[in-house]
Design a protein around this ligand. Sequence first.
Ligand SMILES: C[S@@+](CC[C@H](N)C(=O)[O-])C[C@H]1O[C@@H](n2cnc3c(N)ncnc32)[C@H](O)[C@@H]1O
Length: 354
Amino acid sequence: MQDSNFRAAQAFLLGAKNFWTTSMYQELRSQYERRVDSRNASSIEPRDAVAEIEQDVTYRFFAWLERHLQRMKYSSRYGIVPYHAAQRDRLMQEAGFALNDEYTPTVDDKFPLPKYYKSMDVHQHEGGLWSDMSAGFAYEYGARTTTPLISDSHEDLHNRFTALVAGDRDFKQILDLGCGFGKSTRPFVNLFPGARVEAVDLSAPCLYVASHFARQGQTPNVHYSQQDARETRFDDESFDLVTSTMLLHELPVKSILSLFEESFRLLQPGGRMAHLDFHILPDEFDRLMHYGHARRNNEIFMPGIVELDLPKTLTEIGFRDISIERFKENEDMDLETHDAWRFPWTTISASKPS
Ligand SMILES: C[S@@+](CC[C@H](N)C(=O)[O-])C[C@H]1O[C@@H](n2cnc3c(N)ncnc32)[C@H](O)[C@@H]1O
């Protein structure tokens, strides 16, 4: 596949996604607000408004585009997956997959991947993050435009979350669960150069890409390993911070509970757990968008973390000082203005008592 064809096709898809993210979203949102506006004599209940919108042709077109722009982005003739698979050997060589040095990730080709993980192509990433060694490169490329309004450097959201979690604490032993290609790990590595940072994921292809970035950035204080976040190999009380970004919604509810219990086991007394994920959906329209996205993007477990009684669950495990807050992915954004489609990020944090 010619590079120029790939780039032109991807630019076209991104243009369409921008239209979807702004104009189409705004149109649906204003339809909703008109229907539920109490100053309007024919105003109706939020649930009924959403039910009406679901029958509307604009919503159906919006839903179709959401599904198929993503499909085309990943697996069409000029998709990210075939593009990177065709260059697999060169990419692996350039990224030092064969090197054996302090940055090399710990992986095991016989690692037992959970059934839920292999049962569908999350994000419509054909073959998932595990079946092909080019998958980490494809995911890194794709993630640059997941939220078209965020810059493609991956930095804003992750740096903001890291700064929020850090507060004024100086963490010394940090664990990032479900680190992917290290996008969520790097801000912690950079903010805490004196800390030991461990980062785990199920995807060997992603861990190699993450390690390549660590080698490029000369940050030997991070180590990447293939482990299941629900049951790691680390000793009890190994960390003063356990974190994850965009992981919980990919797990079935039972697995989320196991992950919280595992985090509690791994934390030292007084340690903090902090996740960036989904939970708060301010209104029925947000719920329509979020649950629709879950279906259309093959993220079927997404409702789990939204519907969990988090204060009760975390308290029963033993956590205290629980905080669940809406999160702004960039400084300029206003959480009350519905100017564009965005993920409804929520921070979920708690401490292990001292
Ligand atoms: C949406 S990605 C987020 C990656 C990264 N944290 C970021 O912010 O870019 C979710 C990651 O969780 C990983 N994952 C899913 N289930 C996991 C599990 N049980 N243990 C470890 N990693 C898991 C996936 O392989 C994927 O890399």
